[in-house]
Design a protein around this ligand. Structure first.
Ligand code: SF4
Length: 219
C-alpha cells in the first residue's frame, strides 16, 4: 500500500506513539502540546544539530544535516538530524561524486538510552525512508545521547522493521478515525510532557467532582 502525500504523518510522532498512544493522539490529532524540561532541552539540541552547516566532507565521510525524508510506503515524512554517506565499494552512487557510498543515519537525543524502543523505532523508520528515496539497503545507524556523549549503534533487524510498519499502520488508522485512546496509567506518566493536559489522575476517580473533593481533602 502507498499513501498519498497529503496523508503523510510526522515521522517524529513514532517516538510519541511508542511511548504512549494517548500522548501521540493528544499531540498529533488534538494538536495539544506542553513543554517540559525534557522536550525543551531536546528541541534545543535538535536546533543546534540543524543550525550547523548543512553539508560537509571529511575524508571518506560526507555529512548532511537536516535532510528531509519521506516514504509513501510508510506514509511518513520528517527530517534526519544527520545522515552520513560513508565511502564504500558496496555503496550507491551519489550525484556529484565519483565514489560509492553507504548511508548511515544518526539521530541526536538528550539524556541516556531509554528503557523502551521508541528511539530505535524512530531511527529505523528514518532508515526505511532513506532506503525508499535512495533505492538501497541500510543495515545500521546510531543514536547519539547528550548525557553520555557517545553513539549507540542500532542494527535494523527484520523484527524492528516489521514493528515500524505495524506502528505506522496503526498511527494512520487512529488518525483517520480521529480517535484519542483512553488513559492507561503507567510509570511513564510521571515523565510525560502532557501529564497536565492528559490528567491521568482523573481516571482514578469516578468523576470530576470526586477529583476536586479529593484534591481539597489532600490540601
Ligand atoms: S500522562 Fe500517561 S496516559 Fe497521559 S499521555 Fe502521558 S503517558 Fe499517556
Amino acid at each position: 500500500m502507498a499513501y498519498s502525500e497529503e496523508n503523510y504523518l510526522m515521522l517524529s510522532g513514532i517516538q510519541h506513539f511508542e511511548f504512549c498512544r494517548r500522548q501521540w493522539a493528544l499531540i498529533h490529532i488534538e494538536q495539544q502540546w506542553a513543554d517540559n524540561y525534557r522536550t525543551t532541552s531536546g528541541e534545543l539540541m535538535h536546533k543546534r544539530v540543524h543550525d550547523e552547516e548543512l553539508f560537509e566532507r571529511r575524508g571518506t565521510i560526507l555529512t548532511v544535516r537536516g535532510l528531509r525524508i519521506t516514504s509513501a510506503r510508510l506514509g511518513m515524512s520528517g527530517q534526519c538530524d544527520v545522515v552520513e554517506f560513508r565511502q564504500s565499494k558496496d555503496g550507491i552512487k551519489v550525484q556529484g561524486y565519483p565514489e560509492n557510498w553507504l548511508i548511515y543515519p544518526v539521530e541526536y537525543k538528550r539524556g541516556v538510552p531509554k528503557e523502551g524502543q521508541e528511539d530505535e523505532l524512530q531511527l529505523c523508520a528514518q532508515a526505511m525512508c532513506l532506503e525508499d528515496m535512495f533505492l538501497t539497503e541500510i543495515k545500521k545507524g546510531s543514536l547519539f545521547y547528550g548525557e553520555k556523549r557517545r553513539r549507540h549503534e542500532v542494527i535494523f533487524t527484520e523484527e524492528l522493521r516489521q514493528k515500524v510498519e505495524t506502528i505506522c499502520g496503526e498511527m494512520h488508522q487512529l488518525f483517520e478515525r480521529g480517535y484519542t485512546p483512553k488513559v492507561k496509567i503507567t510509570k511513564k506518566c510521571n515523565a510525560c510532557s502532557l501529564n497536565e493536559i492528559c490528567i491521568p489522575k482523573l481516571q482514578k476517580v469516578s468523576n470530576v467532582s470526586d477529583y476536586i473533593s479529593k484534591s481539597i481533602g489532600e490540601a
